[in-house]
Design a protein around this ligand. Sequence first.
Ligand code: ZN
Ligand code: ZN
Length: 346
Amino acid sequence: MTEIKRRALMDKEAPNRSTAIVNGRSSNILNWDDVRFSWAYPKYKKMLGNFWTPFEINMGTDVKQFLDLTDEEKNTFKKIIGLLALLDSIQTDYAGKVADYLTDSSLNALMIILAQQEVIHNHSYSYILSSLVSKDEQDRIFDFWRTEPVLEKRNDFVLKGYKNFAENPTIDNMLDSIVYDVILEGLFFYSGFSFFYHLARNQKMVATSTMINYINRDEQLHVDLFVKIYKELLTEYPEYDTPERAERVQNIFREAAALEIEWANEVIGTKIDGLDVEDVEDYIYFYANVRCNQLGYDRPFEGYRKNPLKWIKAYEDVDLGKTDFFEQKSRQYVKVNVQDNGFDDL
Ligand code: ZN
Ligand code: ZN
């Protein structure tokens, strides 16, 4: 069991360019032109390029449309926002915890930006709800996680992985916690995303979906950052790159997919006209395969090689200059340089 030590605040004897991703030597001085990992600076540029805030988005039309949603749609809308608020809150803190153990000032910097983006995600949920519902109702939605049993199960699942690392920071536990991270940022948001894109596809709640789309775009970069850290850990500690680990990760993904499907049945089920929960289930299997494979392992589910909700692709790619579904004013504020948006190398 290799224990991981926290990064020192400063080390006069160590180089600015770190000697290892964890347990390495680093002065802790950040010079972007003298960093260990060649991918860190391009990632920094991409993350800054994604910058957005909810203030840019006008909720006026959504406020009117929300009243016309069916009760089921309203309910699902609120439950999903409640879930996302919880996930992003935890994520803000987890990013900081991991950052403390990376002996590389540039990766620490990327984690700080990641955490800042999670804060903006949480801001968007407050912003959406304060536009649509009363303060009491907003407070109730932000407390869903305390009382919803399906949510509790999923939260316990991710938290277990994070807590093991926080309480016992070893290489193994850091690797495992990153798997849970990739599930949180790359799978557990996705049935929620599908619901909002479904509404947008029907010209409903487009401002909310625009924010969801920005969040989706951020999360893709976050998943990729954690995947890079995971792979670097295995490069530096190849003794952990074992068939047992591969099997463990696949099993974690199987469990995660089952929990996400349970959640999808709870919030989507047969309640949402035009959105078939079986398609959402296939979408979850597909993404579980994608994420597990991104980490370098065989896909845990036979088949499921293609996105069954093809129309979602258009929403995921909305800022790549390929499509223009969101006819909002905010579209003009897109700050991503189309030539350098980085999605091609995800
Ligand atoms: Zn987030
Ligand atoms: Zn994230």
